[in-house]
Ligand binder design. Sequence first.
Ligand code: ADP
Ligand code: MG
Length: 384
Amino acid sequence: MSMACPLQVAVRIRPPQPHDGKLGNVVSVQALDGVTLQVNEGDCRALVYDRVFGPEATQHEVYSACASDLVDAVIEGTNACIFAFGSTGAGKTHSMLGPEGGRRKATQDGILPRAAAELFRRIARVESEAKAAIGAGGFSAYEVKVSFLEVYCENAFDLLSGPVSASRDPSGACPLREASDGRVYAGGAKEEKIKSCEQLLDVVAAGARARATAATGVHAHSSRSHALLVISLEHRWRDVGETDPTKYNTQVSRLTLVDLAGAESMERAHGGAVDAAGVGTNMGLLVLGRVIRALAEGSERVPYRDSSLTRLMQSSLGGKAKTQMLACVSPSLREADVTLQTLKYASSARSVVLKPEAAMVASAFETDPMLMDVEDEDPTLNRR
Ligand code: ADP
Ligand code: MG
């Protein structure tokens, strides 16, 4: 039985930055307590979310409150998703990854490096505990894979197959396909096998470099496209007491981390004059808004299929996944309009009810299960 669970919505107000200019210290929004914030306009409205983080919140606090539960869920076989929403410069990438560029302090690590470290710590623990059961016929092993996509103008580009063309030529995009379980994925996109947290972060860094080829520069580009990182975990195990020694169980669960395009691009859509890139980006965010509204209202028809972004996120939004939204806002009065828009979007997401449920467990058979961790490409490879 799955338990109904609302989509969790957190808001993070970043500290003022030098580029906020003179209005940087004039705040349009402030945290009142851990769940309430105040919008300093007109009647000074107070808004309530599942969590509110003020400018002093640490990366550790944000991870603990928003993402550590998701890692638990994925280890236990349930899909989980966290997506960062907000205007360009509001702190999405800082929250998801950490400060951009160069080597940095671990205390500044964002959600992804922390989740990756925790995932591998948990895997090591489960596998070492399972060692004791090997003699009795049991075992437990995980295989981690990662894929990293950019959705730009409705096209999905694989960031793990080398640099993406600066023009984002649609001929280089991956077609979206549907798996037998209904999950939508980017056909032909690389799924890299990962053995350690360090390797995962290296692969993500290489993907981020492959993304940074747009002529307009990384920041301008990332503000118009969505980045989706999917960490998939295949768990294979046999319980002690299983009477058929060739039989074992498999279960695949996924942790999806999404750094969405800048929310101000929805504003551009209303304002008219948009370039090709703006249109594509708007599509994803606009449809995501409609999907959230439809789910919140319990509509029969949820328009997932209207954009590539929502197709790729479908199983995280309406399905059996545990999902967290992290809405990032700037405190600056200069950004007051887009901040209010972000807060409204975030409020509507609070009514979405999900039913997180563990992924299906399948049975498989193997002559020698201890050899299962061989490369898929070469089933005859004997690593013993
Ligand atoms: P976005 O990805 O939403 O466009 P960024 O994450 O790049 O925004 O943040 C914009 C700038 O603000 C960056 O220089 C970033 O390091 C800084 N920043 C954002 N959030 C924080 C924070 N919580 N603490 C310190 N600096 C932050
Ligand atoms: Mg960013």
